[in-house]
Write a protein that binds this ligand. Structure first.
Ligand code: GUN
Ligand code: FE
Length: 478
């Protein structure tokens, strides 16, 4: 005789065939009398019901598996075969048995025993319009890559129909990669940026999106008039805010200093303050770029001081991608500013930009995060960014022996809790954190390994296909 497990009260029971037959072959739990499944297709119905509930049918959610996360950078917290319990999108706690009040009809039970449960990833630097050029133009360094390749790719987003096609694929891929939060560059084209925002909102992902500002030193097709750039930026901010979706926010996005006149930076700095909007850009990525910034703004000693002069460096919450070539003085100023330094190792390798000394910034208490930097980065899949963060740190440690290489808990922490803090209480399973979670299946042949080892397998050898379910603030992403 086959036992069934009730998803409401979690008790095992033998079906009463007679009663079940009377009630259209439905299986009723003998303890709580809930209909559990049709006798014919129990697993399929349970799956369908789990999905319907998790998509918004109830405010309570319990996910079972081997739970692992990083409340701090120094160590993992592991709960083998436990329940991640969520109330109204927020983590209630982790329990070895389902707690009272979390077994009724208003609770979605996701019994993925044996799966890994980890926080969703935060990608703090990604260019959505560069999605169609991933893996292309990689023989260039930054300035050649922009001028000879990337500006043309981005010009095509003047067409909103094209934007809809590419951004649909981008958003789907982001979700299947388990990137529950991201900080995104759009293009200068406000209408296409709004298409991107709508698609992210529809998908249920968390994202801060920037309409890019560029009025200088670009191709003709990708150069805005200063006034129009400011007006479109303000309209974009108002549009995103009008959606009233707490997961989606606008972000002020000067491309980098060479793309912006002083007047434009002054204007967008004022908009950031007026609307209390965060800021993102690039900083100290490439040696030629740094020399050029110094030629354009010789009155400032350091690159970051140009942003700072216009209210774009820490006056609002700020993220700066790369931060590779820093003097000790600049590293200290960056750490003290609270500005997020976003490490993008795949991009830095692809464009030969350099090896970022992440440990130096970490030791000084800088705010840190990881970014895919697609399309200079060659994948949206954050596990590869995590692995290459560790790999690059090993090379840096050879050059600077006092700067210790990173380990796996530190790298996961960067991609979850540390990066997630840009968005609020995100990236951990501590009580009160937004329930962004990934359900990951690992192969049968490593089932006997420790939870930490199975996580390490996923980071180095896992793929999108291993991520079976994605939740953002307790809602399942389909
Ligand atoms: N600096 C200015 N624009 C870009 C860009 O699109 N990608 C990278 N990696 N660096 C930049
Ligand atoms: Fe970038």
């Amino acid at each position: 005789m086959k036992y069934f497990k009730c998803r409401y009260c979690m008790k095992r029971f033998l079906p009463r065939i007679f009663l079940s037959l009377l009630l259209s072959a439905a299986l009723l739990c003998t303890s709580c009398s809930h209909k559990v499944a049709d006798g014919t297709n129990a697993a399929a119905e349970k799956e369908a019901s789990d999905q319907a509930n998790a998509a918004g049918g109830s405010s309570k959610l319990c996910i079972r598996g081997d739970i692992i996360f990083t409340p701090s950078s120094v160590a993992f917290e592991v709960h083998e075969d436990s329940w991640l319990v969520v109330n109204n999108g927020v983590v209630e706690g982790i329990y070895s048995e389902l707690p009272e009040g979390f077994s009724g009809e208003d609770c979605s039970i996701v019994d993925t025993e044996g799966a890994l449960i980890i926080p969703g990833f935060s990608d703090l630097h990604v260019h959505a319009p560069q999605y169609p050029q991933i893996g292309m133009g990689m023989d260039e360094e930054l300035l050649g890559w922009l001028n000879n390749y990337t500006f043309d790719t981005e010009s095509a987003f003047a067409d909103t129909a094209y934007a809809e096609e590419i951004y649909t694929a981008f958003v789907d891929d982001l979700a299947s990669c388990g990137t529950t939060r991201s900080l995104i560059f759009g293009t200068i084209h406000k209408d296409s940026d709004e298409v991107l925002v709508d698609l992210l909102a529809k998908k249920g992902l968390g994202a801060y999106v920037g309409k890019v500002n560029m009025d200088s030193n670009s191709s003709e097709a990708l150069t805005e008039a200063t006034e129009a750039s400011l007006a479109d930026t303000e309209e974009f901010i108002q549009y995103v805010k009008s959606l009233n979706n707490p997961l989606i926010q606008p972000v002020i996005t000067p491309r980098f200093v060479p793309s912006c006149s002083a007047e434009l930076m002054q204007g967008i700095g004022e908009l950031a303050a007026k609307y209390d909007v965060p800021v993102q850009s690039h900083l100290n990525e490439n040696l030629d770029e740094i020399v050029w910034v110094n030629e354009l703004f010789p009155e400032y000693e350091y690159y970051y001081q140009v942003y700072e002069a216009f209210g774009l460096f820490g006056q609002e919450t700020t993220a700066m991608a790369h931060c590779i070539h820093l003097t000790d003085e600049e590293a200290k100023a960056l750490a003290e500013s609270g500005v997020y330094a976003v490490h993008c190792p795949l991009s830095n390798l692809n464009l030969s930009s350099g090896l970022m000394r992440l440990r130096r910034l970490m030791d000084q208490g800088a705010a840190l995060a990881l970014g895919s930097d697609v399309g200079a980065g060659s994948t949206l899949f954050m596990p590869q960014v995590i692995a290459s963060t560790i790999q690059v740190s090993k090379m840096v440690a050879k050059e600077y022996p006092e700067e210790e290489k990173l380990n796996l808990s530190e790298a996961l922490w960067l991609a979850t809790k540390s990066g997630g803090s840009f968005f609020g209480n995100v990236g951990s399973f501590e009580k009160g954190y937004d329930a962004d979670a990934l359900v990951i299946e690992t192969p049968e042949y490593i089932a006997e390994k420790s939870v930490e080892e199975r996580l390490e397998w996923f980071i180095y050898d896992g793929t999108r296909e291993d991520i079976k379910q994605v939740y953002v603030a307790g809602q399942k992403v389909e």
